[in-house]
Write a protein that binds this ligand. Structure first.
Ligand code: PAF
Length: 284
């Protein structure tokens, strides 16, 4: 496995790969890797000749400076994990390498980015699109892999790829959970023992709501989740929206769409956690 820190070196290595007619897969990450990332990389390794994993804590997507400062940075452990799952290249550039000058590009994919995280983290998706587009342009992958835990991010990246006509396939991968149900997240490492117990209330409430939804209206189900989260000590709900899985706009009845997802963001102490649940699976 090669560790590469500059775009130039990365492009030289990948030009060679392409010249041999090999396919390239990309898994963009911010490091602090866990089994969720490992599942993306394993799929990328299985479906491409060469798997590239980027590890870069992207400053432009943090609207909260404190969150950026506290974001875990664990490159050595990340490389160890990546070697174990068969990544060929780890691309871990510096901030100056990715942003030699300020990035003034503005990405706007309304209405996908004007709801949920778009409301609560202004500028976040603009930063995500800035870095992901830079990575797509540097790596020119055949396929790129993203987790469904960041459900809104995945929808926005798909839309960016469609509008920018990047010649690549976006592969969305299912959420990976701890045995007890908590969605894996690099942020979980910041939870105290007591907070970890509270955090479990998020997935438990979502799973219970799946059953509840069978005999209740969408509005009742929304209230069920809101009250469920409020009843867990240590959790503070930021939002819970039940949306069309493609447009991300709220729906008001189970009949409004064939693809319905509940998206939630909850503070557990100071740690902001997101999760989602599919009430109606996408029919392809
Ligand atoms: O999902 C993430 O970890 C980040 O938003 C991404 C896609 C790597 C861009 O920095």
């Amino acid at each position: 496995m090669k560790l590469i820190q500059t775009v130039k070196e990365l492009q030289t290595a990948l030009d060679d790969v392409r010249a041999q007619g090999k396919t390239i897969g990309l898994v963009p990450t911010m490091g602090a890797l866990h089994a969720g990332h490992a599942s993306l990389v394993k799929r990328c390794v299985a479906e491409n000749d060469v798997a590239v994993v980027s590890v870069f804590v992207n400053p432009t997507q943090f609207n909260d400076k404190n969150d950026l400062l506290k974001y875990p940075r664990t490159l050595e452990a990340d490389c160890h994990l990546l070697e174990g799952v068969g990544a060929a290249i780890v691309f871990a550039p510096s901030v100056d390498e990715m942003y030699p000058e300020p990035d003034n590009r503005h990405f706007s994919y309304a209405p996908l980015d004007t709801v949920m995280e778009g409301v609560h983290r202004p500028g976040h998706f603009n930063g995500v699109c800035q870095i992901v587009s830079k990575l797509f342009e540097a790596v020119k992958p055949d396929r790129a892999y993203f987790g469904e835990k960041d459900f809104q991010q995945l929808a926005i990246i798909r839309e960016m790829v469609r509008q920018m006509r990047y010649p690549l396939t976006i592969v969305g991968c299912p959420i990976v959970r701890e045995a007890d149900g908590l969605a894996l997240s690099s942020r979980n490492a910041r939870l105290s023992e007591a907070e970890r117990v509270s955090a479990l209330g998020i997935s438990q409430t979502l799973f219970r709501s799946l059953d509840f939804a069978k005999g209740h209206t969408l509005a009742e189900t929304k209230r069920f989740v809101e009250e469920g989260i409020a009843s867990v000590e240590g959790l503070r709900l930021e939002y819970f929206e039940i949306v069309d899985g493609r447009t991300l706009q709220t729906v008001s009845s189970w009949d409004d769409s064939d693809y319905i997802v509940g998206c939630i963001t909850v503070y557990c102490g100071e740690v902001r956690l997101i999760d989602n649940i599919k009430y109606k699976e996408e029919t392809k």
